[in-house]
Design a binder for this molecule. Structure first.
Ligand code: ZN
Length: 264
């Protein structure tokens, strides 16, 4: 083998190893062009979501949603954003988009917040939720905060009917699997640059934004806007890119396993 040829091979190998999970790699050689991914940026318009120190959830999640959109595009997927600008969507508008466009996966992006200001700089981390009724108080509290803005006017009975109507399907299992893959990959991607990020894990919660999307659906709380350190990071491009790459890597892994289950 000629010297220059070996040198090129060596440099190529180095660049592959060196990049690692800092970029999205299609590890499985899958053709993604048949898979439509719906990305939902939470809140928007008159609904600002959570806010702290003048920073608003609706702006943050829109920035991240655009990055996630671009990463999926680069990985060869078809992608749809429920909102590409600062506008309000009703709950049914969000989920109908996922249903009618034959999406493989529905991912809603939010930022977390707590009310107790004494704990603002204690509580932090990334959490991924899938739809399920739960007795866990913490999950219920977070779901309530996110639900309040999207439900507008629905009474308690109709809320329960909505949740019950979707809790029996196999998509709960798939949503749970998707949540595990996404959470794991988002954490490992962020840890490339921020080793102290807190892994809040995968949790079930009765989020109404996920109801009606008859696809594997998850809600990613990308971090706490009430935590000074995390809020500063969340608004940087490097943190946002880490989150976006992690989400795409997680979906890649989920869809690969799904195709294997179905025998390709
Ligand atoms: Zn939210």
């Amino acid at each position: 083998m000629k010297y220059w040829y070996r040198l090129i091979l060596f440099i190529t190998l180095l660049s592959i190893i060196g990049c690692g999970s800092r970029r999205v790699i299609n590890l499985y050689g899958l053709d993604n062009s048949d898979s439509l991914i719906v990305i939902d940026a939470g809140h928007g318009g008159h609904d600002g979501g959570a806010s702290a120190s003048g920073k608003r959830e609706k702006d943050l999640v829109l920035e991240i949603a655009h990055r996630v959109y671009n990463e999926f595009k680069n990985a060869g997927y078809r992608v749809y954003l429920t909102r590409g600008s600062d506008r309000f969507l009703t709950l049914s508008q969000r989920t109908q988009i996922a249903d009618h466009k034959d999406a493989k996966v529905f991912i809603s992006i939010h930022a977390n917040a707590i009310k107790n200001s004494a704990r603002f700089n204690i509580v932090e981390g990334v959490e991924t939720y899938f739809l399920q009724k739960t007795r866990d108080e913490r999950s219920q509290r977070i779901a309530k905060r996110e639900n309040d803005s999207v439900l507008q006017g629905a009474d308690e009975l109709s809320k329960n009917v909505i949740v019950d109507s979707v809790l029996s399907g196999p998509k709960i299992i798939q949503s749970h699997k998707l949540a595990i893959d996404v959470q794991k990959n988002v954490i490992s991607s962020i840890r490339n640059d921020y080793s102290d990020v807190v892994n809040g894990g995968v949790r079930p919660a009765p989020f109404y934004v996920l109801v009606g999307a008859s696809r594997p659906s998850i809600l990613v709380e990308v971090g706490y806007i009430t935590n000074d350190k995390e809020r500063d990071r969340l608004f940087t491009s490097s943190y946002q890119k880490d989150i976006a790459r992690g989400i795409v890597n997680g979906v890649n892994r989920y869809l690969y396993n799904r195709k294997k289950e179905l025998g390709f």
